[in-house]
Design a protein around this ligand. Sequence first.
Ligand SMILES: [Zn+2]
Ligand SMILES: [Zn+2]
Length: 240
Amino acid sequence: MSYDWLAALVFLVVLVGLTLAGRFLAFKVPALQQMRELNHEADRTKLSRKRFKDAVKASNRAGLITNLAFYVAILPFCLSLEPRPFWRHGVDIVAVLMVFDFFYYLTHRFLFHGKLLNKVHALHHQARTPTYIDALYVHPLETTIGLVLFLGSIPLIAALSGAPLSAYSVAIATLIFTQVNTINHTYVNLPYFPFKTLDYITSIHAAHHVDMKRGNYATLTMLYDWAFGTLEERVDRSTA
Ligand SMILES: [Zn+2]
Ligand SMILES: [Zn+2]
């Protein structure tokens, strides 16, 4: 086990580069740009409330501190730049994301919607018809727990596989984690090809925001909701 700062730096550069490039390309598509404007308009109204804006700032601060601490103290021990077969990248990305989603499902269902953290989670659930900014309208404690669950799955998979993970694989897993967690809160009403998957991701989490109790507790895939019988019907955006 070594402290590979170069691998951690490559991870950061790849993650930021892919995020910026993806955003630049995605909003060249007129339908997506139109949805972005709709979200911005709703977000501006929400952010005009001081309490809302302060909550978003507090969540961002908690996220930054958690990310920085992990980035400096743990991540360099879990990454390397050693080449590996293509299939191994795929296996590691899926493993990190599925392990995180499993623990997130349990935490969300039994802690955030249980007696212990119900009040903490209630802040995020003030959003009945979520838009982009609601992904950040989260109590700082919830932000930290969610991030620790994702970040913790990186050393866990590295330990289980007996070697550091590829900096590139972890950058892609992190990109998917951050993007799906944000995208699933946006308002999207594009129920036709090629936007059907995007439409599904956003409307399935919107159903979770309708009330506090019914289902759709996982955040990346609906596999665990389906397996444990908590899968809820998506919200129909043409009427809601
Ligand atoms: Zn949510
Ligand atoms: Zn919830």
